[in-house]
Design a protein around this ligand. Structure first.
Ligand code: ADP
Length: 470
């Protein structure tokens, strides 16, 4: 089968969150299963772009709002990622440093999708499946079916993978004049509550829809940022496939970012060395349990609860633990988290940045990873933590519910709680501190977690079965 993934992010070319990890790994594993998988994404100006060699494979243009937009498709020359990676370059629109966050994001991603569809229209053959990821590629299933110029592409099967349904790409109807002429009787396939909603459109137009965990799909039926009714209506074509992790990138036995490589057999020793290095770097005392938080500092991740939870935890538990945060997001929160560093120097630090290397060192050196998320479509952090013998302390939601079993249950290994509240976080931290004192149980749990197989192998095969079903 030939599969084309269309995405805004792909690790290591450009990463903001889990979407990049998935699109950087899933195609590689699909190739290993004997299929041809390709990725096309916008040409963001990232270090990976400059450090690699590219060839131009296609040049063309399209009309967008009365202007002629030229685009170039470039391909990474050496197949470095284990699959063909293509980037769309549109001068002034896509060649920027950040992936998202510009005022003209709606135009940027519409232009990206138009370029991809124009390029596909010029192929001599057709892929068997186009797997679009999130709303940034959500107009493609509609365009293939209903834009007259793309009629020859109308029978290509499409799958929408939803990594995050909170963001839907809403845009005013005035923006849609940029699409090539389409069957206007079908306007309802683009509309949701009087705005163009690319995610809703893809849910309606794609042949199949999958979320990145079964638990998240269940939750979307009741809570989908306005699309609950649509998910219920279309549930017949929806399913959940849990994300895997890239065992080459996330491998404590070979990881070049960490000080000491280790496996399940020598986890106690390996973690102790990595913890010492991490604690030395941040001036912590390694005898105390080390909690970490890694992620976007936004409401979805319940990062706003962290300042109060951490302050109160220091009041209740005293100097019994250390806490290290790596993340960026809301400015107010960044400042508040940074201010705790001054109060609790020596056992608390917030590192406000995006730092891939440090994230690996933290998964390897920490004892507990806290994820109090309000919304978690799958969550990869807990899977990386487990692979590095770090106990996940998670709220039971979405993919966290599907992947973490509380250590009080049979074969459990994590610490789970129900509510995104300061009180529940404190209770979970208290249970974690108890677990830390019980060295024997902690050792069993670490080994058990590291032996769980969360590789992409199983999930990549599930994607193939999904494609085959259409
Ligand atoms: P989401 O995609 O919602 O942000 P996921 O748990 O699916 O959350 O994926 C988050 C990914 O981003 C993980 O690979 C995590 O390690 C990484 N990450 C998030 N914030 C940072 C950061 N500040 N520095 C390094 N890596 C980060």
């Amino acid at each position: 089968m030939e599969i084309l993934h269309v995405s805004a992010e792909c690790y290591p070319m450009a990463k903001v969150g889990g979407l990049a990890d998935v699109v950087g790994a899933l195609p590689k594993y699909q190739q290993e299963l004997g299929h041809v998988a390709k990725v096309v994404m916008p040409m963001h100006r990232t270090r990976f772009l400059y450090n690699n060699t590219w060839e131009v494979v296609h040049k063309a243009g399209f009309m967008m709002n009365d202007a002629y937009v030229e685009f170039t498709i470039i391909k990474e020359k050496t197949n470095k990622l284990g699959f063909d990676l293509y980037c769309v370059d549109i001068n002034g629109l896509l060649d920027r440093e950040k992936v998202y966050g510009y005022d003209d994001d709606a135009e940027r991603f519409t232009a990206f999708q138009l370029a991809v569809t124009e390029w596909l229209n010029a192929w001599q053959h057709q892929p068997d499946v186009i797997n679009v990821h999130d709303h940034h590629a959500g107009l493609i299933p509609f365009m293939l079916r209903h834009c007259f110029v793309y009629r020859k592409l109308a029978n290509i099967k499409t799958v929408l993978t939803i990594h995050n349904a909170q963001y839907q790409g809403w845009m005013g109807w005035d923006k849609i004049t940029s699409l090539p002429s389409w069957d206007t009787w079908r306007w309802g396939l683009l509309d949701w509550e009087n705005t163009v909603n690319p995610l809703a459109s893809a849910i309606r137009c794609a042949d199949r829809v999958n979320t990145v965990s079964p638990g998240y799909l269940q939750e979307l039926m009741n809570n989908a940022n306005g699309l609950e009714q649509l998910f219920n209506y279309e549930k017949g074509k929806c399913s959940g496939i849990i994300n895997g992790i890239d065992y080459e990138v996330w491998n404590p036995e070979k990881d070049t970012y960490i000080l000491d490589n280790f496996s399940a057999n020598d986890v106690a020793h390996g973690k102790a060395l990595n913890k010492k290095k991490l604690c030395d770097d941040f001036g912590f005392d390694q005898r105390y349990p080390l909690f970490i938080f890694i992620g976007r500092l936004v409401g979805e991740k319940a990062a706003d609860l962290l300042p109060a939870a951490i302050r109160q935890a220091f009041e209740y538990f005293g100097r019994e633990f250390s806490f290290l945060i790596l993340g960026s997001g809301s400015n107010a929160l960044e400042h508040e988290l940074a201010s705790i560093s001054e109060e609790r120097f020596g056992y608390y630090h917030s590192q406000i940045e995006y730092n891939e290397k440090l994230s690996h060192q933290m998964y390897a050196g920490a004892d507990f990873l806290l994820m109090p998320s309000r919304v978690e479509p799958c969550g990869l952090n807990q899977l990386y933590a487990m692979r590095y013998g770090t106990v996940p302390v998670v709220r039971r939601t979405g993919g966290l519910r599907d992947t973490v079993i509380d250590y009080g249950e049979d074969n459990g290994y994590g610490v789970c709680f129900n509510h995104a509240s300061v009180e529940d976080i404190l209770n979970a931290m208290s249970r974690s501190l108890d677990l830390y004192k019980d060295k024997e149980t902690l050792q069993h749990i670490r080994t058990r977690m590291m032996e769980i197989n969360n590789s992409w192998k199983t999930s990549a095969a599930a994607y193939i079965r999904l494609y085959q079903s259409i």
